[in-house]
Design a protein around this ligand. Sequence first.
Ligand code: UDX
Length: 485
Amino acid sequence: MRNISMGERGRKVHGIMICVPYQGHLNPFVSLALKLASKGFAITFVHLEFLYRKLCDAHHANKTDVDLFSGARELGLDIRFTTMADCFPLEFDRDANFPEYWDTMVRDFPALADEFVGNIVSSEPDMLHFLVADTVYNWPAAVAHKYNLVNVSLWTQPALVYCLAYHWDLLEQNGHFPCKDDVPEEIKYVPGVESINTKDLMHYLKESQFASVANRLTRLIFEQAKMADFVLQNTVEELEPQTLAALHKYLPNYAIGPLNFSKNLPTNTVTTSLWSESDCTDWLGSKPPASVLYVSFGSFVHTNKQVLEELAYGLVLSGVNFIWVIRQGILGDGDTNALPSDSFQDAIQERGLILGWCDQIKVLSNPAVGGFLTHGGWNSTLESMWSGVPMICYPIGFDQPCNRKLVVDDWEIGVNLCEDYGSVDREQVAHKIKSFMNGGVSDKLKENASRLRQLVHNAVEIDGSSEINFDRFVKDLEAKIHAQN
Ligand code: UDX
């Protein structure tokens, strides 16, 4: 560990970190907290109260006084932990009521965040504070400005998505925000994005999503994002060099990913998994190398029964071994019967394992796993790359169509489940999975997966690009804090 980071006149430098309450954001945020603390910063990590309760329910027998960072502190890191309210009672189902939740968060949470950050700042006058907030919030620039804090924004998706959303006004001028749902056009005018087809744009940029909260939020958050002092990107320089170089012209960007695999951090001391995990090591141990398809659609998106049924029968018809994570609430309408009738349950006995949640990184790194059928959330994408596992992509929403383009078209480490966005048919699913798992994956795809595995591993080595960028960021952050105070 480095010496404690001190400002002028010996004031300790302290980061206040607030992420949005989703697994795909929480994981990289916790890694970043540990990384900053290991450089000598004091950190206050803030969970929304309901998320903290969810973690306690899953891991600590419903206790409500667990200090999630006590293990990290015992190792000498200066990380405090606290919680704050959002705008709803604890029992409100935020996932099932996503639009209502975010409409209210956009309107009412900025005042809560302002008061909360203000209280921390005024209660610790001997420290020099900075803010690390999720780019997805619409309040950080205003709050940072009010309390004279350096404003660090963490973006947890690829730089490509950041770049497209950053230029939403350019997309709007060219008639692509919103963009027509079924009119494929090539976009070549966004700086840093050589070419992207409108079919691969983020789902919430589409005309059919114009009224969605994600669409409205994009403008609001990127008005704020443009005022950040520093943007941390959970990607790797060598994966998206042109996009990152173009973004550097607008604001200081640092590619420091994949954060979930940063070296020498005590990540195992901090509880992050929002559901309790089933262990499938024994089951995997009974399967031949590279014979199992791992299937998961992340922590957040919803799908419908018809899609799950086609996938279920497609998996059975394919005849391959599979682990399928079907998390509670994936249907989004309160229906808990996600899978078809008992006849399906009988059919999977031999080859399939259905779980509610698992340690995904552990599963992907098991030699029995030879493919990942994924919605293409950015964490899942990075985790698959980390293990060199080729992907079958089935994007469902948000940034996932863009991520699919990177995986399938640009990096060639995956294939599409189906050619038409959203439609699935059991016969096609079975055919695709069977050929993918039984040697249909081209040698080139396997070679690419192994090459990119090496590339992301190299990035987090001590002389790797992400480590070098992180050190550069720490220097620039300290200089800016000292200049501002
Ligand atoms: C959301 C968005 O949907 C996604 O598009 C965006 O890129 C990030 O935020 P999510 O859908 O949850 O995330 O997907 P993803 O980014 O892949 O994150 C899921 C996380 O949950 C991964 O870190 C994965 O390891 C973890 N996970 C998933 C588990 O730990 N266990 C599981 O069983 C499934």
